[in-house]
Ligand binder design. Structure first.
Ligand code: HEM
Ligand code: NAG
Ligand code: NAG
Length: 323
């Protein structure tokens, strides 16, 4: 084919990809609520600041809600829906049940927003903003949240069961899951840094502390006192040595084989290679972690949003609008 024909093909493909992939996320914009609900961001931030000052862990829980929303059929607020007669909600999925928290805080944000600008701010956007504000409240750096997501009218328990990462996953499985969401290996390392805050239950790290060998001995021993070899499934331990501070100590812990989850330690083996060097880099330079974290959160927040006339703006984040 001559070069002009090739050029036409290329142009065609470029336009095709732009229409199908570019526009969807291009429609998200930092100023989406600037005229329709100018107080949206400050309203959400004040609730985040208030709940985090009461309980630091709630910041971690809100951050995780946005992640569990985005990984299951995109950032569409589906994680917030309760069971209905037509579908079972995602709250009872393996990765969510007895684990995901913060739903009442989201209800509080939503009811404030419905009072000041009824029917305007989506539940999916509330999660994206609350995640950013939580990171900032816990000491991390800010990023500009893109907005304009709309809410789903359904949820999928089976999608939640198959799209949320397991604490027992290896690096191959984690990389391929993140790649299926358009997230790179570098994004995986940066986003896993979320485990610099919050807690995990004994049931998700028991096998690691009793059966694995690539774990710091003293660290494993101290965890055993709070996680018996059987029973006590829901006793919690911190994911990081400083679980109330968004910092780079998650990575420093991995270098010492003090990752709590199998999936955490999977990022660092000591054998060299991309993951090891990325963990070392973030451990040594929290500014580069913060910068890459913000970029990766924007990418995660761009996963398959509902925009334009798709979906709806739920008035209650737990329920599809009636009528
Ligand atoms: C890389 C794969 C990941 C796996 C396998 C994973 C798994 C887990 C598990 C098992 C827990 C403990 C839950 C419990 O025991 O109740 C947890 C907690 C947490 N995860 Fe992840 N996670 C991953 C990535 C992420 C990402 C990308 C984010 C955010 C962007 C995130 C944010 C959090 C937070 C903040 C907590 C603590 C929540 C709290 O204290 O309420 N995780 N994660
Ligand atoms: C939602 O449905 C699932 C599956 O039937 C059930 O296990 C769970 O308890 C229900 N959740 C609530 C809050 O009713
Ligand atoms: C990683 O986990 C997957 C899925 O559980 C498994 O099929 C695969 O064999 C594992 N790979 C390695 C290198 O252990």
């Amino acid at each position: 084919m001559d070069s002009f024909t090739y050029f036409k093909f290329k142009l065609c493909f470029t336009i095709f990809f732009f229409i199908h992939y570019g526009l969807a996320s291009a429609q998200l914009s930092p100023n989406f609520y600037a005229s329709s609900c100018p107080q949206a961001l400050s309203t959400i931030k004040s609730v985040v600041d208030s709940v985090v000052s009461q309980e630091r862990r709630m910041g971690a829980s809100l951050l995780r809600l946005h992640f569990h929303d985005c990984f299951v059929n995109g950032c569409d607020g589906s994680v917030l829906l309760d069971n209905t007669t037509t579908f079972t909600g995602e709250k009872s999925a393996g990765g969510n049940i007895n684990s995901l928290r913060g739903f009442k805080v989201v209800d509080r944000m939503k009811s404030h927003l419905e009072r000041i600008c009824p029917g305007v701010v989506s539940c999916a956007d509330i999660l994206a903003i609350a995640a950013r504000d939580s990171v900032v409240a816990l000491g991390g750096s800010s990023w500009t949240v893109r907005l304009g997501r709309r809410d789903s009218t359904t949820a999928s328990l089976s999608a939640a069961n198959s799209n949320l990462p397991s604490a027992f996953a290896n690096i191959t499985a984690l990389t391929s899951l993140f790649s299926s969401k358009g997230l790179s290996a570098k994004d995986l390392v940066a986003l896993s840094g979320s485990h610099t805050v919050g807690m995990a239950r004994c049931t998700v790290f028991r096998a690691r502390i009793y059966k694995e060998t690539n774990i710091n001995t003293a660290y494993a021993k101290s965890l055993k006192s709070n996680c018996p070899s059987s029973g006590g499934d829901s006793i919690i331990s911190p994911l990081d040595t400083t679980p109330n501070a968004f910092d780079s100590s998650y990575y420093t812990n991995l270098l010492k084989l003090k990752g709590l989850l199998h999936s955490d330690q999977a990022l660092f083996s000591g054998g060299g290679g991309f993951f090891d060097s990325q963990v070392k880099a973030y451990s040594a330079n929290s500014a580069s972690f913060f910068k890459d974290f913000g970029k990766a959160m924007i990418k995660m927040g761009n996963i398959s949003p509902l925009t334009g006339s798709k979906g709806q703006i739920r008035t209650n984040c737990r329920k599809v609008n009636s009528g």
